[in-house]
Design a binder for this molecule. Structure first.
Ligand SMILES: *Cc1c(COP(=O)(O)O)cnc(C)c1O
Length: 472
Protein backbone atom coordinates (compact mmCIF):
# COMPACT_ATOMS: atom_id res chain seq x y z
CA UNK A 1 0.00 0.00 0.00
CA UNK A 2 1.44 3.36 -0.99
CA UNK A 3 1.24 6.41 1.30
CA UNK A 4 -1.40 7.89 -1.00
CA UNK A 5 -3.52 4.76 -0.87
CA UNK A 6 -3.07 4.71 2.89
CA UNK A 7 -4.23 8.33 3.08
CA UNK A 8 -7.39 7.52 1.14
CA UNK A 9 -8.28 4.48 3.25
CA UNK A 10 -7.42 6.22 6.49
CA UNK A 11 -9.73 9.14 5.72
CA UNK A 12 -12.50 6.70 4.88
CA UNK A 13 -11.81 4.76 8.03
CA UNK A 14 -12.01 7.87 10.19
CA UNK A 15 -15.42 8.56 8.64
CA UNK A 16 -16.40 5.02 9.55
CA UNK A 17 -15.09 5.49 13.11
CA UNK A 18 -16.98 8.72 13.70
CA UNK A 19 -20.13 7.15 12.27
CA UNK A 20 -19.72 4.15 14.52
CA UNK A 21 -19.38 6.34 17.59
CA UNK A 22 -22.52 8.27 16.63
CA UNK A 23 -24.56 5.19 15.87
CA UNK A 24 -23.32 2.57 18.33
CA UNK A 25 -26.22 2.96 20.73
CA UNK A 26 -28.65 1.85 18.02
CA UNK A 27 -26.84 -1.45 17.37
CA UNK A 28 -27.79 -4.68 19.20
CA UNK A 29 -25.46 -4.54 22.22
CA UNK A 30 -24.69 -8.21 22.56
CA UNK A 31 -23.76 -10.13 19.45
CA UNK A 32 -26.20 -12.96 18.76
CA UNK A 33 -24.06 -15.07 16.42
CA UNK A 34 -23.78 -18.81 17.05
CA UNK A 35 -20.48 -20.48 17.91
CA UNK A 36 -18.49 -21.16 14.72
CA UNK A 37 -20.60 -18.83 12.58
CA UNK A 38 -17.82 -16.27 11.99
CA UNK A 39 -15.09 -18.89 11.79
CA UNK A 40 -16.91 -20.70 8.99
CA UNK A 41 -17.22 -17.52 6.94
CA UNK A 42 -13.47 -16.95 6.84
CA UNK A 43 -11.47 -18.87 4.20
CA UNK A 44 -9.39 -21.77 5.53
CA UNK A 45 -6.30 -20.58 3.68
CA UNK A 46 -4.74 -17.12 3.34
CA UNK A 47 -4.91 -15.39 -0.06
CA UNK A 48 -2.06 -16.06 -2.45
CA UNK A 49 -2.43 -12.72 -4.29
CA UNK A 50 -2.77 -9.26 -2.75
CA UNK A 51 -6.32 -8.14 -2.11
CA UNK A 52 -7.61 -4.59 -1.90
CA UNK A 53 -8.28 -2.91 1.40
CA UNK A 54 -11.76 -2.16 0.12
CA UNK A 55 -12.51 -5.88 -0.06
CA UNK A 56 -11.24 -6.23 3.50
CA UNK A 57 -13.55 -3.41 4.65
CA UNK A 58 -16.46 -5.09 2.93
CA UNK A 59 -15.84 -8.32 4.83
CA UNK A 60 -15.24 -6.39 8.01
CA UNK A 61 -18.71 -4.88 7.73
CA UNK A 62 -20.44 -8.06 6.60
CA UNK A 63 -18.65 -10.80 8.55
CA UNK A 64 -16.97 -9.23 11.55
CA UNK A 65 -19.40 -6.54 12.69
CA UNK A 66 -22.31 -8.96 13.37
CA UNK A 67 -19.98 -10.84 15.71
CA UNK A 68 -19.08 -7.77 17.76
CA UNK A 69 -20.50 -7.03 21.18
CA UNK A 70 -20.63 -3.27 21.48
CA UNK A 71 -18.72 -2.35 24.61
CA UNK A 72 -18.90 1.33 23.69
CA UNK A 73 -22.68 1.32 23.58
CA UNK A 74 -24.28 3.32 26.40
CA UNK A 75 -26.65 0.36 26.71
CA UNK A 76 -23.74 -1.85 27.78
CA UNK A 77 -24.21 -2.49 31.51
CA UNK A 78 -22.36 -5.82 31.84
CA UNK A 79 -19.13 -6.83 33.64
CA UNK A 80 -17.08 -3.69 34.15
CA UNK A 81 -16.75 -1.33 31.21
CA UNK A 82 -13.77 -1.24 28.85
CA UNK A 83 -14.28 2.40 27.99
CA UNK A 84 -12.71 4.32 25.21
CA UNK A 85 -13.11 7.95 24.25
CA UNK A 86 -12.33 9.89 21.07
CA UNK A 87 -9.14 11.25 22.66
CA UNK A 88 -7.84 7.79 23.45
CA UNK A 89 -8.70 6.44 20.00
CA UNK A 90 -6.80 9.32 18.39
CA UNK A 91 -3.77 8.58 20.55
CA UNK A 92 -4.04 4.89 19.63
CA UNK A 93 -3.75 5.95 15.99
CA UNK A 94 -0.55 7.84 16.77
CA UNK A 95 0.82 4.85 18.66
CA UNK A 96 0.12 2.55 15.72
CA UNK A 97 1.66 4.99 13.24
CA UNK A 98 4.84 5.36 15.28
CA UNK A 99 4.97 1.63 15.92
CA UNK A 100 7.64 2.22 18.53
CA UNK A 101 8.67 -0.69 20.70
CA UNK A 102 9.38 0.94 24.03
CA UNK A 103 11.19 -1.76 25.97
CA UNK A 104 13.97 0.50 27.28
CA UNK A 105 14.63 4.22 27.47
CA UNK A 106 16.97 4.15 24.46
CA UNK A 107 14.39 2.54 22.19
CA UNK A 108 12.25 5.70 22.55
CA UNK A 109 13.21 8.15 25.29
CA UNK A 110 9.93 10.07 24.91
CA UNK A 111 7.91 6.94 25.67
CA UNK A 112 9.85 6.18 28.85
CA UNK A 113 9.78 9.77 30.08
CA UNK A 114 6.14 10.41 29.21
CA UNK A 115 5.26 7.16 31.01
CA UNK A 116 7.19 8.28 34.07
CA UNK A 117 5.39 11.63 34.07
CA UNK A 118 1.94 10.13 33.39
CA UNK A 119 2.36 7.81 36.34
CA UNK A 120 3.14 10.83 38.50
CA UNK A 121 0.00 12.52 37.16
CA UNK A 122 -2.09 9.45 37.92
CA UNK A 123 -0.54 9.06 41.35
CA UNK A 124 -1.50 12.66 42.12
CA UNK A 125 -4.95 12.23 40.60
CA UNK A 126 -5.83 9.33 42.89
CA UNK A 127 -3.79 10.74 45.79
CA UNK A 128 -1.41 7.89 46.53
CA UNK A 129 1.58 8.88 48.72
CA UNK A 130 4.49 10.54 46.89
CA UNK A 131 6.88 7.67 47.48
CA UNK A 132 4.99 5.41 45.03
CA UNK A 133 6.46 4.88 41.58
CA UNK A 134 4.36 3.66 38.71
CA UNK A 135 4.56 1.67 35.51
CA UNK A 136 1.98 0.95 32.82
CA UNK A 137 1.12 -2.71 32.39
CA UNK A 138 -1.17 -4.56 30.04
CA UNK A 139 -3.69 -5.72 32.61
CA UNK A 140 -4.54 -5.81 36.28
CA UNK A 141 -3.89 -9.56 36.11
CA UNK A 142 -0.27 -8.96 35.08
CA UNK A 143 0.14 -6.23 37.71
CA UNK A 144 -1.15 -8.53 40.43
CA UNK A 145 1.15 -11.29 39.21
CA UNK A 146 4.04 -8.81 39.43
CA UNK A 147 3.02 -7.92 42.98
CA UNK A 148 2.83 -11.55 44.07
CA UNK A 149 6.15 -12.40 42.45
CA UNK A 150 7.79 -9.41 44.16
CA UNK A 151 6.23 -10.40 47.49
CA UNK A 152 7.52 -13.93 46.94
CA UNK A 153 11.06 -12.66 46.30
CA UNK A 154 10.97 -10.32 49.27
CA UNK A 155 9.69 -13.05 51.58
CA UNK A 156 12.39 -15.48 50.47
CA UNK A 157 15.22 -12.92 50.64
CA UNK A 158 15.33 -12.83 46.81
CA UNK A 159 16.39 -16.46 46.71
CA UNK A 160 13.47 -18.13 44.93
CA UNK A 161 14.32 -16.54 41.57
CA UNK A 162 17.65 -18.36 41.78
CA UNK A 163 16.96 -21.50 43.80
CA UNK A 164 13.32 -22.11 43.03
CA UNK A 165 10.79 -22.51 45.80
CA UNK A 166 11.86 -25.88 47.15
CA UNK A 167 13.72 -24.53 50.16
CA UNK A 168 11.36 -21.67 50.92
CA UNK A 169 8.70 -23.58 52.78
CA UNK A 170 5.02 -23.02 52.10
CA UNK A 171 4.29 -19.41 51.24
CA UNK A 172 0.76 -18.20 51.89
CA UNK A 173 -1.33 -15.57 50.13
CA UNK A 174 -4.55 -14.17 51.60
CA UNK A 175 -7.53 -12.53 49.94
CA UNK A 176 -11.28 -12.40 50.49
CA UNK A 177 -13.84 -14.82 49.08
CA UNK A 178 -14.96 -12.00 46.76
CA UNK A 179 -11.51 -11.35 45.29
CA UNK A 180 -11.02 -11.41 41.53
CA UNK A 181 -9.86 -14.68 39.97
CA UNK A 182 -6.63 -13.02 38.76
CA UNK A 183 -5.23 -13.53 42.27
CA UNK A 184 -5.79 -17.26 42.09
CA UNK A 185 -4.20 -17.30 38.64
CA UNK A 186 -1.16 -15.39 39.93
CA UNK A 187 -0.77 -17.74 42.89
CA UNK A 188 -0.93 -20.72 40.53
CA UNK A 189 1.69 -19.50 38.10
CA UNK A 190 4.01 -17.94 40.69
CA UNK A 191 4.82 -21.40 41.97
CA UNK A 192 3.24 -20.65 45.32
CA UNK A 193 0.42 -23.01 44.51
CA UNK A 194 -3.32 -22.70 44.64
CA UNK A 195 -3.62 -24.63 47.88
CA UNK A 196 -1.68 -21.81 49.55
CA UNK A 197 -4.25 -19.20 48.66
CA UNK A 198 -6.35 -18.57 51.75
CA UNK A 199 -9.78 -17.11 51.07
CA UNK A 200 -10.93 -15.03 54.01
CA UNK A 201 -14.67 -14.84 54.74
CA UNK A 202 -16.49 -11.57 54.08
CA UNK A 203 -18.78 -9.48 56.23
CA UNK A 204 -22.41 -8.70 55.42
CA UNK A 205 -21.38 -5.99 52.96
CA UNK A 206 -19.10 -8.47 51.10
CA UNK A 207 -15.87 -6.84 52.32
CA UNK A 208 -13.06 -8.84 53.92
CA UNK A 209 -13.43 -9.52 57.64
CA UNK A 210 -10.08 -8.39 59.09
CA UNK A 211 -10.54 -10.43 62.26
CA UNK A 212 -10.84 -13.58 60.15
CA UNK A 213 -7.65 -12.55 58.36
CA UNK A 214 -5.84 -12.16 61.66
CA UNK A 215 -7.01 -15.61 62.78
CA UNK A 216 -5.96 -17.26 59.51
CA UNK A 217 -2.45 -15.80 59.73
CA UNK A 218 -2.14 -16.96 63.33
CA UNK A 219 -3.20 -20.51 62.48
CA UNK A 220 -0.71 -20.59 59.60
CA UNK A 221 2.10 -19.35 61.83
CA UNK A 222 1.47 -22.20 64.26
CA UNK A 223 1.72 -24.60 61.31
CA UNK A 224 5.03 -23.04 60.20
CA UNK A 225 3.50 -21.67 57.01
CA UNK A 226 4.97 -18.38 55.80
CA UNK A 227 2.69 -15.39 55.22
CA UNK A 228 3.77 -13.75 51.97
CA UNK A 229 1.11 -11.41 50.63
CA UNK A 230 -2.36 -10.08 51.38
CA UNK A 231 -4.49 -8.81 48.51
CA UNK A 232 -7.11 -6.25 49.53
CA UNK A 233 -9.71 -5.13 47.01
CA UNK A 234 -11.19 -1.69 46.63
CA UNK A 235 -14.31 -2.40 44.60
CA UNK A 236 -14.77 -6.15 44.21
CA UNK A 237 -15.87 -7.43 40.84
CA UNK A 238 -19.17 -8.83 42.13
CA UNK A 239 -20.54 -5.92 44.15
CA UNK A 240 -17.73 -3.29 44.41
CA UNK A 241 -17.28 -4.01 48.12
CA UNK A 242 -14.37 -2.14 49.69
CA UNK A 243 -12.05 -4.11 51.98
CA UNK A 244 -11.10 -2.19 55.16
CA UNK A 245 -7.63 -1.02 54.25
CA UNK A 246 -6.46 0.31 57.61
CA UNK A 247 -7.44 -2.79 59.61
CA UNK A 248 -5.89 -5.08 56.98
CA UNK A 249 -2.81 -2.86 56.69
CA UNK A 250 -2.15 -2.95 60.42
CA UNK A 251 -2.25 -6.75 60.37
CA UNK A 252 0.20 -6.77 57.43
CA UNK A 253 2.53 -4.36 59.22
CA UNK A 254 2.53 -6.42 62.45
CA UNK A 255 3.33 -9.58 60.52
CA UNK A 256 5.64 -8.08 57.91
CA UNK A 257 3.44 -9.10 54.98
CA UNK A 258 3.32 -7.44 51.53
CA UNK A 259 0.01 -5.62 51.04
CA UNK A 260 -1.20 -5.48 47.45
CA UNK A 261 -4.32 -3.47 46.66
CA UNK A 262 -6.50 -4.36 43.68
CA UNK A 263 -8.61 -1.33 42.73
CA UNK A 264 -9.02 -2.30 39.07
CA UNK A 265 -12.41 -0.63 38.67
CA UNK A 266 -12.90 1.56 41.75
CA UNK A 267 -9.44 3.12 41.52
CA UNK A 268 -10.89 5.64 39.09
CA UNK A 269 -13.34 6.83 41.77
CA UNK A 270 -10.31 7.91 43.81
CA UNK A 271 -10.00 10.95 41.55
CA UNK A 272 -13.00 12.24 43.51
CA UNK A 273 -12.16 13.76 46.91
CA UNK A 274 -15.38 12.27 48.32
CA UNK A 275 -14.08 8.75 47.60
CA UNK A 276 -10.68 9.15 49.28
CA UNK A 277 -12.13 7.32 52.31
CA UNK A 278 -11.44 4.08 50.41
CA UNK A 279 -7.70 4.83 50.73
CA UNK A 280 -7.83 5.38 54.49
CA UNK A 281 -4.78 3.43 55.69
CA UNK A 282 -2.87 3.94 52.44
CA UNK A 283 0.42 4.21 54.33
CA UNK A 284 0.34 0.41 54.70
CA UNK A 285 0.13 -0.31 50.97
CA UNK A 286 3.11 -1.90 49.19
CA UNK A 287 1.62 -2.12 45.71
CA UNK A 288 -1.54 -0.86 44.05
CA UNK A 289 -3.22 -1.47 40.72
CA UNK A 290 -6.06 0.20 38.83
CA UNK A 291 -7.25 0.09 35.26
CA UNK A 292 -7.64 3.33 33.31
CA UNK A 293 -8.82 0.87 30.62
CA UNK A 294 -11.93 0.20 32.64
CA UNK A 295 -13.46 3.43 33.84
CA UNK A 296 -11.01 6.16 32.81
CA UNK A 297 -11.86 6.46 29.10
CA UNK A 298 -8.53 5.02 27.94
CA UNK A 299 -9.08 2.16 25.56
CA UNK A 300 -7.74 -1.29 26.35
CA UNK A 301 -4.98 -1.91 27.31
CA UNK A 302 -3.72 0.44 29.99
CA UNK A 303 -3.20 -0.63 33.59
CA UNK A 304 -1.54 1.59 36.19
CA UNK A 305 0.65 -0.31 38.64
CA UNK A 306 2.26 1.47 41.59
CA UNK A 307 4.89 0.19 44.02
CA UNK A 308 6.30 1.81 47.11
CA UNK A 309 9.67 0.12 46.80
CA UNK A 310 10.37 0.03 43.07
CA UNK A 311 13.82 -1.47 43.68
CA UNK A 312 12.35 -4.79 44.87
CA UNK A 313 10.10 -4.91 41.81
CA UNK A 314 13.09 -4.32 39.55
CA UNK A 315 15.21 -6.81 41.46
CA UNK A 316 12.49 -9.40 40.87
CA UNK A 317 12.29 -8.84 37.12
CA UNK A 318 15.60 -7.53 35.84
CA UNK A 319 17.74 -9.59 33.59
CA UNK A 320 20.63 -8.17 31.59
CA UNK A 321 21.68 -9.85 28.37
CA UNK A 322 24.51 -8.23 26.43
CA UNK A 323 22.30 -6.64 23.77
CA UNK A 324 20.36 -4.69 26.38
CA UNK A 325 23.39 -3.13 28.11
CA UNK A 326 23.23 0.61 27.48
CA UNK A 327 25.18 3.71 28.52
CA UNK A 328 22.09 5.20 30.19
CA UNK A 329 21.37 2.23 32.44
CA UNK A 330 20.74 3.34 36.01
CA UNK A 331 20.10 6.96 35.00
CA UNK A 332 16.69 6.37 33.41
CA UNK A 333 13.76 3.99 33.76
CA UNK A 334 14.08 0.90 31.58
CA UNK A 335 10.53 -0.37 31.99
CA UNK A 336 11.32 -3.84 30.65
CA UNK A 337 12.61 -4.47 34.18
CA UNK A 338 9.28 -3.49 35.74
CA UNK A 339 7.15 -6.39 34.57
CA UNK A 340 6.85 -9.61 32.57
CA UNK A 341 7.13 -8.68 28.85
CA UNK A 342 10.26 -7.30 27.26
CA UNK A 343 8.50 -5.49 24.42
CA UNK A 344 6.19 -2.64 25.30
CA UNK A 345 3.67 -0.44 23.48
CA UNK A 346 3.68 3.35 23.84
CA UNK A 347 0.60 3.38 26.07
CA UNK A 348 1.43 6.59 27.93
CA UNK A 349 0.34 8.56 24.86
CA UNK A 350 -3.27 7.46 25.43
CA UNK A 351 -3.23 8.64 29.04
CA UNK A 352 -1.68 11.95 28.02
CA UNK A 353 -4.35 12.51 25.40
CA UNK A 354 -7.24 11.51 27.68
CA UNK A 355 -6.14 13.44 30.75
CA UNK A 356 -5.34 16.60 28.79
CA UNK A 357 -8.52 16.66 26.73
CA UNK A 358 -10.81 15.89 29.68
CA UNK A 359 -8.87 17.85 32.29
CA UNK A 360 -9.19 16.79 35.91
CA UNK A 361 -12.58 18.49 36.12
CA UNK A 362 -13.85 16.72 33.02
CA UNK A 363 -12.78 13.33 34.36
CA UNK A 364 -14.36 14.08 37.74
CA UNK A 365 -17.65 15.30 36.25
CA UNK A 366 -18.04 12.19 34.12
CA UNK A 367 -17.24 9.74 36.90
CA UNK A 368 -19.46 11.63 39.36
CA UNK A 369 -22.29 11.49 36.88
CA UNK A 370 -21.95 7.70 36.55
CA UNK A 371 -22.08 7.33 40.33
CA UNK A 372 -25.13 9.59 40.58
CA UNK A 373 -26.87 7.53 37.88
CA UNK A 374 -26.25 4.32 39.87
CA UNK A 375 -27.74 5.94 42.97
CA UNK A 376 -30.80 7.00 40.97
CA UNK A 377 -31.20 3.52 39.52
CA UNK A 378 -30.96 2.03 42.97
CA UNK A 379 -33.78 4.36 44.12
CA UNK A 380 -35.96 3.38 41.17
CA UNK A 381 -35.46 -0.32 41.94
CA UNK A 382 -36.01 0.09 45.69
CA UNK A 383 -39.51 1.50 45.33
CA UNK A 384 -40.73 -1.61 43.51
CA UNK A 385 -41.90 -4.27 45.97
CA UNK A 386 -41.22 -7.10 43.51
CA UNK A 387 -37.53 -6.18 43.18
CA UNK A 388 -34.78 -6.02 45.77
CA UNK A 389 -31.28 -4.58 46.01
CA UNK A 390 -28.77 -7.25 47.09
CA UNK A 391 -25.62 -5.30 47.95
CA UNK A 392 -24.72 -1.77 49.04
CA UNK A 393 -24.39 0.57 46.06
CA UNK A 394 -20.99 2.20 46.46
CA UNK A 395 -19.81 3.39 43.07
CA UNK A 396 -21.48 2.65 39.76
CA UNK A 397 -22.73 -0.92 40.20
CA UNK A 398 -26.21 -1.95 41.27
CA UNK A 399 -26.89 -5.58 42.28
CA UNK A 400 -30.54 -6.59 42.34
CA UNK A 401 -33.07 -9.27 41.51
CA UNK A 402 -36.71 -9.82 40.73
CA UNK A 403 -38.64 -11.34 43.66
CA UNK A 404 -42.22 -12.00 42.58
CA UNK A 405 -44.45 -13.20 45.45
CA UNK A 406 -45.32 -16.87 45.77
CA UNK A 407 -42.14 -18.45 44.39
CA UNK A 408 -39.44 -20.48 46.16
CA UNK A 409 -35.82 -19.37 46.28
CA UNK A 410 -34.91 -21.94 43.62
CA UNK A 411 -37.68 -20.77 41.32
CA UNK A 412 -36.64 -17.15 41.84
CA UNK A 413 -33.09 -18.04 40.79
CA UNK A 414 -34.37 -19.70 37.63
CA UNK A 415 -36.66 -16.74 36.84
CA UNK A 416 -33.82 -14.24 37.22
CA UNK A 417 -31.51 -16.26 35.04
CA UNK A 418 -34.20 -16.45 32.37
CA UNK A 419 -34.79 -12.73 32.72
CA UNK A 420 -31.09 -12.02 32.22
CA UNK A 421 -30.94 -14.10 29.02
CA UNK A 422 -34.16 -12.69 27.63
CA UNK A 423 -32.96 -9.11 28.18
CA UNK A 424 -29.58 -9.74 26.62
CA UNK A 425 -31.13 -11.55 23.64
CA UNK A 426 -33.28 -8.48 22.98
CA UNK A 427 -30.15 -6.59 21.89
CA UNK A 428 -31.47 -3.53 23.71
CA UNK A 429 -29.16 -3.82 26.70
CA UNK A 430 -26.51 -6.08 28.14
CA UNK A 431 -26.36 -7.13 31.79
CA UNK A 432 -24.19 -9.71 33.49
CA UNK A 433 -24.78 -11.57 36.74
CA UNK A 434 -23.15 -12.81 39.88
CA UNK A 435 -24.23 -15.15 42.68
CA UNK A 436 -24.47 -13.66 46.18
CA UNK A 437 -25.27 -15.97 49.10
CA UNK A 438 -26.76 -18.47 46.66
CA UNK A 439 -28.91 -15.86 44.95
CA UNK A 440 -28.74 -15.29 41.20
CA UNK A 441 -28.03 -11.57 41.07
CA UNK A 442 -28.38 -9.15 38.17
CA UNK A 443 -25.60 -6.62 37.99
CA UNK A 444 -26.05 -3.32 36.26
CA UNK A 445 -22.97 -1.14 35.78
CA UNK A 446 -23.69 2.50 34.88
CA UNK A 447 -20.15 3.50 33.91
CA UNK A 448 -19.93 3.36 30.13
CA UNK A 449 -18.34 6.58 28.83
CA UNK A 450 -21.50 7.94 27.22
CA UNK A 451 -24.22 6.51 29.46
CA UNK A 452 -26.93 8.95 30.59
CA UNK A 453 -29.79 8.70 33.03
CA UNK A 454 -32.03 8.41 29.95
CA UNK A 455 -30.35 5.17 28.82
CA UNK A 456 -30.58 3.76 32.32
CA UNK A 457 -34.24 4.70 32.78
CA UNK A 458 -35.13 3.10 29.47
CA UNK A 459 -33.19 -0.04 30.39
CA UNK A 460 -34.79 -0.24 33.82
CA UNK A 461 -38.33 0.05 32.39
CA UNK A 462 -37.53 -2.75 29.97
CA UNK A 463 -36.14 -4.91 32.79
CA UNK A 464 -39.24 -4.32 34.93
CA UNK A 465 -41.72 -5.00 32.16
CA UNK A 466 -39.86 -8.06 30.86
CA UNK A 467 -39.69 -9.50 34.38
CA UNK A 468 -43.39 -9.05 35.04
CA UNK A 469 -44.34 -10.50 31.66
CA UNK A 470 -42.15 -13.50 32.35
CA UNK A 471 -44.42 -14.73 35.16
CA UNK A 472 -47.79 -13.54 33.89
C1 LIG B 1 -11.38 -6.46 36.01
C2 LIG B 1 -10.70 -6.81 37.26
C3 LIG B 1 -9.47 -7.44 37.24
C4 LIG B 1 -8.82 -7.94 35.97
O1 LIG B 1 -8.45 -6.91 35.13
P1 LIG B 1 -7.61 -7.21 33.78
O2 LIG B 1 -7.00 -5.88 33.50
O3 LIG B 1 -8.61 -7.62 32.77
O4 LIG B 1 -6.62 -8.25 34.09
C5 LIG B 1 -8.84 -7.66 38.43
N1 LIG B 1 -9.39 -7.28 39.59
C6 LIG B 1 -10.58 -6.67 39.67
C7 LIG B 1 -11.16 -6.26 40.98
C8 LIG B 1 -11.29 -6.43 38.49
O5 LIG B 1 -12.49 -5.83 38.55
Amino acid sequence: MTPDEFRKHAHELVEWMAGYMENVENLPVKSSVKPGEIFDKIPDTPPLHPESFDSLMKDFNEIIMPGITHWQSPNFFAYFPANNSPASVLAEMMIAALGAQCMIWETSPAAAELEEKMMIWLRKLINLPGEFEGVIQDSASTATLSAILTAREKTTGFSSNTDGLEKSGNLRVYCSEQTHSSVEKAVKISGIGRKNLVKIPVRKDFSMDPEKLREAILVDKKDNLIACCVVATLGTTGTTAVDPLRAIGEICRENDIWLHVDAAMAGTALILPEFQWMLEGKEFIDSFVFNPHKWMFTNFDCTAYFVKDASSLIKTFEILPEYLKTRTRGKVNDYRDWGVPLGRRFRALKLWSVIRTYGIEGLRDTVRNHIAIAAKLSEMISVETDFEILAPVIISVVCFRFIPAGYTEDQINIINEKLNHQLNDSGKLYLSHTVLNGRYTLRMVTAQTNVTIGHVQKAWFLIRETARKLIS
